[in-house]
Design a protein around this ligand. Structure first.
Ligand SMILES: Cc1cc2nc3c(=O)[nH]c(=O)nc-3n(C[C@H](O)[C@H](O)[C@H](O)COP(=O)(O)OP(=O)(O)OC[C@H]3O[C@@H](n4cnc5c(N)ncnc54)[C@H](O)[C@@H]3O)c2cc1C
Length: 497
């Protein structure tokens, strides 16, 4: 029997593969594409609404993206990178809404002001400096800063309720922040792909192995988890968008670019409240500062969430440690990922990050009362009985070799691409789904370089992402124009000027 051949094989049906598949299908509808997902439904791992925080990360108020430097200035590099990358997502989603490829925006994105809230002299000074630095640019021009408790009470009533008047507090706000149901977004993109020609979706099927052929294509072995049958597919290009499952597949691919990579899984939990009388009093994502010793993604936040149309409040994340790489993974994921080429980096990271391990274990051992105590720092009147614990997705942080011969732990996202561009893997989980489109555009430029250089693909890219090829940081007028277009189309702010 001859194996089926495809142009593009997408492994995993989460935010990343659906974004890449949608981009490529728009660029060339004739591409023959297959998406393989081991679960029975699309976007059930990290991308599902309840498994992530749903922040449309634009770095407006997430304080971990703007560390204070030793000289007291604010490092804004990451904030600008994330802010402009999110604008790329917004433009693409707006384009898809206009095309009818995505439904009405309310089904996947909702206007939710982004706010920061801090207490204590040092933190207030930091927030003020952050505001003064960022608000000078067009990207952050609408950020507001207040220390007045009365104004803060209007912005975030639950947070200010019964707070001591002697406490020094401050907040910032950007009114057109967003809450994104990434699960709904990915499912809608997958449905649109499913309706297109030359596309096959294989649910309940797991990619078991992949081998590079002498002609440069990839022979991929797929197992149907219900029937137990195996199928071989030959693909010109493979994307390992398998979330926590990407590292083991990258290792199987044996590409040199993947050498030395390891993963450090961090699990997460939320406190969730669905009581209408509490939920109705909060409309914001309010970010605080991460506790000392906590990893950067542990910045606590009290969020309005709208998932599958249902409104709730969510507080967290509380980090935790398991050896699983996926929420529905195996406890052997971590031990099985230790290989000759990464053992040194993994041991070095283990040895040098004992504080992090201790922090994660202490988080796991917390009682419900101590979790709600952490929440009470944000929402002083929170009652234990109004909140329940819910389990978030897994984040596999990247371990890689450092120049000194040891290993380092990274909290970002990294795309690994084979030299010939025939395979690519996405590792890491932050800032994640928000910047998926920008990440996938870069991937297309690298892996489909010849076609991307063609006038047809260049023109299509500019049609989908009007700022394509230009820097939004260096071109404030362009940023203003595309932001107005996206905020209006996605119904996030009809009055942006
Ligand atoms: C606690 C938490 C909070 C977060 N908060 C935010 C946030 O506020 N904003 C934001 O933008 N991002 C956030 N993220 C990150 C975001 O959720 C992820 O970056 C994004 O969902 C990753 O998408 P993905 O497609 O790479 O992975 P996933 O959604 O995990 O999808 C990968 C898919 O691959 C499948 N798979 C794995 N192995 C195989 C195999 N061998 N064969 C077939 N299928 C396979 C899995 O079943 C899964 O469905 C958060 C993540 C977590 C865990």
């Amino acid at each position: 029997m001859t194996a089926k051949s495809v142009d593009v094989l997408l492994v995993g049906a989460g935010a990343m593969s659906t974004a890449l598949g949608t981009l490529l299908k728009q660029l060339d509808p004739s591409l023959d594409m297959m998406m393989v997902e081991q679960l029975d439904h699309v976007a059930q791992e990290s991308t599902d609404g309840w498994n992530n925080a749903g922040t449309g990360h634009a770095a407006y108020c997430e304080l971990n993206y703007t560390p204070m430097l030793k000289d007291g200035s604010i490092d804004t590099t990451k904030a600008f990178k994330i802010n402009t990358a999110f604008e790329v997502s917004l433009q693409f989603w707006a384009y898809l809404v206009k095309q009818g490829a995505l439904p009405t925006p309310r089904q996947f994105i909702n206007p939710t002001p982004h706010q920061s809230f801090v207490w204590g002299d040092e933190n207030v000074a930091f927030l003020k400096k952050r505001y003064e630095t960022l608000s000078q640019s067009v990207a952050f021009k609408d950020m507001e800063y207040r220390e007045d408790p009365e104004v803060l009470r209007q912005w975030m009533p639950l947070v200010m309720q019964n707070r001591s008047p002697d406490e020094k507090v401050a907040g910032t706000r950007v009114r057109y922040g967003s809450d994104v149901d990434f699960g709904s977004l990915a499912r809608n993109m997958a449905e649109c792909l499913n309706r297109s020609e030359n596309f096959a979706m294989k649910l309940g099927c797991k990619v078991k192995d992949l081998v590079k052929q002498p002609d440069g294509q990839w022979k991929v072995e797929i197992k149907d988890l219900k029937s137990g049958q195996h199928e071989t597919v030959v693909a010109k290009f493979v994307f390992l968008g398998a979330g926590g499952g990407a590292l083991p597949l990258l290792q199987k691919s044996n590409i040199v670019e993947g050498n030395g990579y390891g993963g450090f899984p961090v699990s997460g939990q939320w406190l969730v409240c669905k009581k209408p009388e509490i939920v109705s009093k909060h409309l914001a994502k309010v970010y605080g500062k991460a506790p000392i010793g906590a990893p950067p993604m542990s910045v606590p936040h009290l969020d309005t969430r709208i998932i599958n149309g249902e409104k709730a409040l969510l507080f967290g994340p509380f980090a935790g440690f398991t050896t699983k790489f996926l929420k529905q993974g195996s406890i052997f994921d971590l031990p099985k990922s230790v290989k000759m080429d990464n053992i040194k980096s993994m041991l070095s990271v283990g040895k040098n990050n004992m504080d992090l391990t201790r922090y994660l274990i202490s988080e796991v051992l917390q009682s419900h009362d101590s979790r709600v105590d952490a929440l009470r720092k944000f929402f002083p009147d929170a009652k234990n009985e109004d909140w329940t614990l819910s389990y978030a997705g897994q984040r596999v942080q990247i371990i890689k070799k450092d120049p000194a011969g040891g290993g380092k732990l990274e909290f970002g996202t990294e795309v690994i691409i084979a030299e010939d561009g025939s395979i690519s893997a996405l590792l890491g989980a932050s800032p994640g789904a928000s910047t998926a489109v920008d990440t996938m555009v870069t991937l297309v430029e690298r892996c489909f370089a010849d076609r991307m250089a063609s006038p047809e693909w260049q023109a299509k890219m500019k049609e989908m992402i009007p700022s394509y090829g230009q820097s939004l940081i260096e071109n404030p007028e362009l940023l203003r124009t595309v932001r107005k277009y996206s905020l209006e189309t996605l119904k996030l702010d009809e009055n942006y000027e």
